[in-house]
Every structure is written in structure tokens, then in C-alpha cells.
Design a protein around this ligand. Structure first.
Ligand code: GLC
Length: 559
């Protein structure tokens, strides 16, 4: 039976995402760096991950912490130099680990040479970006930026407007221009030749824009997105990107903030565009409230039954022959324990439950730095303490539009959603600044670092960290957990998230008591001879059916 499996190394891998700025600083400037990552490669090996996804380390003025690239073929000096990057690649490869790079090609920095030349209409660069006519007081259309405010800025040099779906320092490239496409594919080849193992492709559902740049339907947020997410010609642009990969044994995961699960399924698999996986976000919006991403009343509330529905829909839609990218956090998502877990009394139990969930679904799991020790959200007292241009942009827009009087009225929602929550420094120890730096960290360390840190977690055999290691080991040994089909049980139960994974005649039962209360399981599965594979409490129930599960108890059984 197992001979029929459509295997791939990237399906069997666990990926670890590093946000270099916040990972480990070795030169005391308060910003993480490449030698800092090299120093921690043994830690990653011990954790058991197979692939590192490195967020951008290219030269950048940091309007959006590296997602505004000024030179695609360079390393920003704050992170080190190309030899430091090569040392990282070598250290990873020496341990049979791989490295994937973040490819940000919807836009560049406005400091990129191409944009500087484009503003001056120099030669072939004239049409490298999306320029449009209009008087300085009237943008060409009503599109809104994903970071809040208009998606257009007026350029005094060229006396035209340019499009930026993100920050005004991140002008959108013109993907209709063959010269742009060639620049990008050449650059990808260049990185592939250096020996990397794949790409995480940033914001790729926005590469195409509706021809003629028409007004969008007015919306609560992001007016115009129907013209800049999944617009005609997107497939063609994506195929240009993936054509470069044909002769390389690499993995790709595309970030699509605006995709539905069905759209994600269309881009992957045999009939897709050559991408291996898509980051799709239906699950991440569960605690957002209705429609408006900055819903001031309903943020933070969510229902387990809805989570089950979303996850099951995704697992079923991306079932064989498709493949999913599994994640509960990343550098854009506030900490999961503070959102869907319990950052108080059950921090460790809920973090371990969420880990079990992440590692036992069908797809490739992505662990975001700090998740493995159960890091939580912090408190930012003022807007000045924050760095995230998205949070700041939206907060300013809420105040300017008159919806609220001041930041104080929205501090809670902005704290809840700010991407800075994911970017506070990695907590290595209880030393000053959590052992992240000898200098002043660029963003303050989390409030709880004295208790929540790697050193402490390593010393405690019951820690979340050890649970992650064991889960990763288990997954590495189990075709069933990697490739097995998914079936949800008890869809309406308000405390239990229970599912069965099946591969041939092998079956596993995953029981998650996703609540602060004990609960008794009543499930229609013959589990009398079940074997416990892993649990996050001592002495888990031997026969799950009819047994009591403790708060946030998570157990995986072989049936
Ligand atoms: C993606 C990145 C995010 C960045 C944006 C613009 O969503 O994950 O961090 O701000 O693209 O590049």
C-alpha cells in the first residue's frame, strides 16, 4: 500500500521560519544577524526541523523590515555579508537541512535602482512599475492599500502616481513588462545556482492587476482588491516564476493573502501552476470578527466548531493529489497561544495542544520561531512603541476617519493584531533582553521572557519545546501522519477537536480537548486496543472512548 504514496522530500519535511531581525544578535547592534543564526544551527538540528525558511536578508531600507528590497543579489550589512550567508547554507547542508529564501517580487523598495531609474523615465526602466496619470490631488482610482490608506502615491519627480499595494515605500512592479519578468527569473536562477533549496514566494496573488486599473467596489477594507488579488493573467505570471524551477529539486510555497481554499487548490498539484504549496489564510482570520479586519468589537472571539469547519474544508479540498501548507503562526500573525490557546494558567498545555494539531494534519508543517517554546503576545503602550507599518497605518486610518478619538480607544485591538507581536526577540534565556542581544533590542523583548525561554525549556523534560521535538520525531517516523487521509469526528462538539488519519489499513486518532474544562469523549471508534503515541500530560487515558480528558489535553493514538 505504502508503495502507492506520491512521496516528496518537502512533504515529509518540517519547516522552521526565521525572522532574522529578531532571532539572535551577535554584534550587539540590537538586530539579529546571520552569524547569530549559524550559532543556533545545532539548536535547530536538536529540534529536528528539516528546512529553514529565511525571511528577507537582502539590502533594504527596512520600511517593511526587508520586504522592501533594494538589491535582490545582496545581503544587508546589518545581517552580515554574502560569506556569512554561505556559511549558513553550508552549516545547514552539513546537517542535511535545507534553506529556502523569501522571494518578494510583487514590489521592490523605492530605493531599488530600478525605481530610481523609472522615476526618471530612464531607458527600459520607464515601465518597470505601475505608473498612472492624474492630478496630484486625485489618485487614478479608489484602490486601498493592504496596509491602510490609498494604494497610490504621487511622485513629484515623474509627476505621475505609482501603485503600492503595501507601504508607499514598496512600489509594485509591472508584471506585464517582459523585461521585468526576465530580471526576476534571472535573479531566481542566480540564487538557485548558489545552492538554495527553494523559495517562499511573498504576496504572489497580487502580481496581476485588472487591465485599465478600474475603480473597485467600495468595501469596508481594501477597496479594489478584486482588481489586484487573483486578477486575470495571474496564472501566466506564476508560470513564468515556476518555469525557472524545472531543473531543480526545490520546494516552493506561495503566500496568497487573498485566496480561497478552492483557489489555493487550483494552483498546486498536477494541474496547478507548478507551485508545491500555498499559504492560505481562512484559518488565521477566525478571531477577526465579521468582514472588517479591524472590527473593534469582535476581535479575539472565535468558536471551535468554526475552526473545525474551516480546517476540515481545507483538508478535504486539498486532499490527494493536492498538498497543504500547515501553519498556526508566522511573522505577520500575533502569537497563537494568546489567540487560540490560554496564555495564563494553561500556556504550556495549550501550546502543546496547538503543536499536536499542527503536526498531525495532512500537509507540511511550518513552525515559526518562538512557537516551540510557547511565546505569547506583549503589550505595546503607545503607537510609537510599535514598528509594524500595517498596524500603524490602520491605527492612523481609524483615528483619521473619525471612527475613534485616539489610540487609547483602540490600543487593545491594535495590540491584538500588530505584527510586532510575532517580532519581539526570540527568548533564549532569562539573561537581560532574553539573551537575544548584548545591546538594546530593536523591539523590546516579551514581558514573560524570564519564565518562557529556550534555556529553561531545554532543562524541563515536560516543556513545550520537548513536546515539539517528540512530535517532529513522531512525524518523521510515520507515513500515516504525513500522508494519511483526514476525517473529522464530532463536528458539533464545542470542546473536542477529534480526527482520524488513515493510510491503507493504518489509522491514528487525534483527540484535542481544546478547552479549559475537562470533557468526556464519546466517539464512535473502536479504540479498546489503542496505543498512545504521544500526549501532553502524564498518563493519558488508555482507551479514549468514554474517558475524561483534562484541560487542553492532546493525545495521538494508533488504532
Ligand atoms: C507578505 C509578508 C509581509 C509583508 C508583505 C509585503 O504578506 O509576509 O510581512 O509585509 O508581504 O511584502
Amino acid at each position: 500500500m505504502t508503495d502507492d504514496i506520491d512521496r516528496a522530500w518537502w512533504k515529509e519535511a518540517v519547516v522552521y521560519q526565521i525572522y532574522p531581525r529578531s532571532f539572535n544578535d551577535t554584534d550587539g547592534d540590537g538586530i539579529g544577524d546571520l552569524p547569530g543564526i549559524v550559532e543556533k544551527v545545532d539548536y535547530l538540528e536538536e529540534l529536528g526541523v528539516d528546512v529553514v525558511w529565511l525571511c528577507p536578508v537582502y539590502e533594504s531600507p527596512d520600511a517593511d523590515n526587508g520586504y522592501d528590497i533594494a538589491d535582490y543579489r545582496s545581503i544587508d550589512p546589518q545581517y552580515g555579508d554574502m560569506s556569512d550567508w554561505e556559511a549558513l547554507l553550508d552549516e545547514l547542508h552539513a546537517r542535511d537541512m535545507r534553506l529556502i529564501m523569501d522571494l518578494v517580487v510583487n514590489h521592490t523598495s523605492d530605493r531599488h535602482e530600478w525605481f530610481r531609474k523609472s522615476r526618471r523615465r530612464e531607458g527600459e526602466y520607464e515601465d518597470y512599475y505601475r505608473w498612472a496619470d492624474g492630478t496630484p490631488d486625485e489618485p487614478p482610482n479608489n484602490w486601498e492599500s493592504i496596509f491602510g490608506g490609498p494604494a497610490w502615491s504621487y511622485d513629484e519627480v515623474r509627476e505621475q502616481w505609482y501603485l503600492h499595494l503595501f507601504h508607499h515605500n514598496q512600489p509594485d512592479l509591472n508584471w506585464r513588462n517582459p523585461a521585468v519578468r526576465e530580471e526576476i527569473t534571472d535573479m531566481m536562477e542566480w540564487w538557485l545556482e548558489k545552492g538554495i533549496d527553494g523559495f517562499r514566494l511573498d504576496a504572489i496573488d497580487h502580481l496581476a492587476k485588472t487591465e485599465g486599473l478600474p475603480d473597485g467596489e467600495p468595501a469596508d477594507a481594501m477597496t479594489g482588491s478584486e482588481h489586484y488579488s487573483h486578477a486575470p493573467r495571474l496564472e501566466e505570471h506564476l508560470e513564468v516564476l515556476t518555469s525557472v524551477l524545472d531543473d531543480h529539486d526545490v520546494m516552493t510555497v506561495g503566500e496568497m493573502g487573498g485566496a480561497t481554499v478552492e483557489q489555493a487548490a487550483e494552483y498546486v498539484g498536477e494541474d496547478g501552476v507548478g507551485l508545491d504549496m500555498i499559504f492560505e489564510f481562512s484559518q488565521s482570520g477566525i478571531d477577526r470578527g465579521e468582514g472588517d479586519p479591524w472590527d473593534l468589537e469582535h476581535f479575539g472571539s472565535w468558536e471551535l466548531t468554526e475552526l473545525k469547519e474551516i480546517v476540515s474544508h481545507k483538508q478535504e479540498t486539498l486532499a490527494e493529489p493536492e498538498w497543504d501548507a500547515l501553519f498556526v503562526g508566522n511573522h505577520d500573525q500575533p502569537r497563537i497561544v494568546s489567540r487560540l490557546g490560554d496564555e495564563g494558567a494553561y500556556r504550556e498545555e495549550s501550546a502543546a495542544l496547538i503543536a499536536t494539531f499542527l503536526m498531525t494534519l495532512r500537509g507540511t508543517p511550518y513552525v515559526y520561531q518562538g512557537e516551540e517554546i510557547g511565546m505569547t503576545n506583549s503589550t505595546f503602550e503607545t503607537l510609537e512603541d510599535m514598528d509594524d507599518p500595517g498596524a500603524i497605518g490602520h491605527a492612523e486610518q481609524l483615528v483619521e476617519s473619525g471612527r475613534v478619538d485616539s489610540f487609547a480607544d483602540i490600543r487593545d485591538v491594535v495590540n491584538y493584531w500588530s505584527r510586532d507581536q510575532a517580532r519581539t526577540p526570540m527568548q533564549w534565556s532569562d539573561e537581560p533582553h532574553a539573551g537575544f542581544t548584548d545591546g538594546e533590542p530593536w523591539l523590546p523583548v516579551g514581558d514573560d521572557y524570564a519564565a518562557v525561554n529556550v534555556e529553561r525549556a531545554r532543562a524541563d523534560p515536560d516543556s513545550v519545546l520537548h513536546h515539539y521535538r517528540e512530535l517532529i520525531d513522531l512525524r518523521h517516523e510515520s507515513d500515516l501522519l504525513v500522508y494519511g487521509d483526514y476525517e473529522l469526528l464530532l463536528p458539533d462538539h464545542e470542546q473536542f477537536f477529534v480526527y482520524v488519519r488513515t493510510l491503507g489499513d493504518e489509522r491514528a486518532l487525534v483527540v484535542l480537548n481544546w478547552s479549559r474544562e475537562r470533557a468526556t469523549l464519546d466517539v464512535d471508534v473502536d479504540a479498546a486496543d489503542a496505543e498512545v503515541l504521544i500526549g501532553n500530560y502524564d498518563d493519558p487515558p488508555a482507551d479514549p472512548d468514554g474517558s475524561d480528558f483534562r484541560p487542553y489535553e492532546a493525545v495521538v493514538y494508533r488504532l
